[in-house]
Ligand binder design. Structure first.
Ligand code: SAM
Length: 269
């Protein structure tokens, strides 16, 4: 992982929230929230909460007396998440690195993290922190993307970028969001961090968009891939986004398009 892979700043949070979240994050947010609420926790911590799609599902699904603490490394992402909530709600918001959580040992019944651990520079440290703040019997519930070959739109975006920049291809997708899918490795990392009861399930959904321009803009401009494209200069962000939209259209057709998305959902105690 490079330092720029976790740069959810500048124009990225807004485009991420408007386009990326409905495209691929919403169904998994409902899934993680349901798994969490089913355990009837009293105190829930969310790490890498981003613009709050899981936070909203937790808020809707958990009884009003349950305390929800939402954290993220990126203050701009968290600021945007807050705008989705009314004043005076029960939420606690805190900027926090998941590798150094500012909470006492055994403070939460569940730690939830949607598509965040791939961005942790030291996953064992992140997992050990989740374990430290969990009460006995508490669970760490999180998800990661499966390999890029099982995720239709990102794969076409990735392949198009390899063709556009043959001498210096951007590798963000395969290095980070789609770079941590090996079940044996995930289990070994969790075991090394002290988790013993580990369940991993493959969950598939469909990703839908009104046209190829939505995923092209979402992936090229609403993720840290944006920085990789901009760093390469010509042909520039707009031209690259257009080329990606055309590649998506060739693959999935004009007008509304859809494709498979696949993730691993993990629950560890
Ligand atoms: C792909 S986004 C997922 C956001 C959100 N969970 C969602 O489902 O939309 C990854 C998030 O991880 C956050 N992140 C990256 N490194 C982190 C760290 N060390 N600690 C906490 N959050 C981190 C980023 O700021 C970003 O908001």
């Amino acid at each position: 992982m490079t330092a720029s892979d976790k740069a959810f700043t500048g124009s990225i949070p807004q485009i991420y929230d408007q386009l990326m979240v409905p495209l691929i994050f919403e169904p998994y947010a409902q899934d993680l929230a349901q798994r969490t609420t089913a355990r009837r926790p009293r105190d829930v911590l969310e790490t890498a909460a981003g613009t709050g799609v899981v936070t909203r599902a937790l808020h809707a699904g958990l009884p009003p007396d349950v305390r929800i603490t939402a954290t993220d490394l990126s203050e701009p992402m968290l600021m945007l998440a807050k705008t989705h909530f009314a004043e005076g709600n029960r939420m606690t918001w805190q900027q926090a690195d998941a590798l150094a959580l500012p909470f006492a040992d055994a403070s939460f019944d569940a730690v939830v993290c949607q598509f965040g651990v791939m961005f942790f520079p030291d996953r064992l440290k992140g997992y050990a922190e989740a374990r430290r703040v969990l009460r006995p019997g508490g669970r760490f519930i999180f998800n990661v993307w499966d390999r890029i070959e099982h995720n239709a739109f990102p794969q076409v975006v990735h392949e198009t970028l390899q063709q556009l920049f043959p001498d210096n291809p951007p590798q963000f997708f395969t290095r980070t969001p789609h770079g941590y899918y090996d079940i044996g490795r995930i289990k070994a990392d969790l075991t090394a961090a002290g988790f013993i009861d580990i369940e991993i399930e493959t969950v598939t959904h469909r990703s839908r968009a009104a046209s190829s321009h939505e995923p092209a803009t979402a992936f090229c401009q609403g993720t840290p891939m944006r920085g990789e494209i901009e760093a390469r200069g010509t042909p520039g962000l707009a031209a690259v986004t257009q080329a990606v939209a055309e590649a998506l259209e060739r693959q999935f057709g004009r007008g509304p398009i859809e494709g498979r998305i696949q993730a691993l959902v993990i629950s560890a105690a």
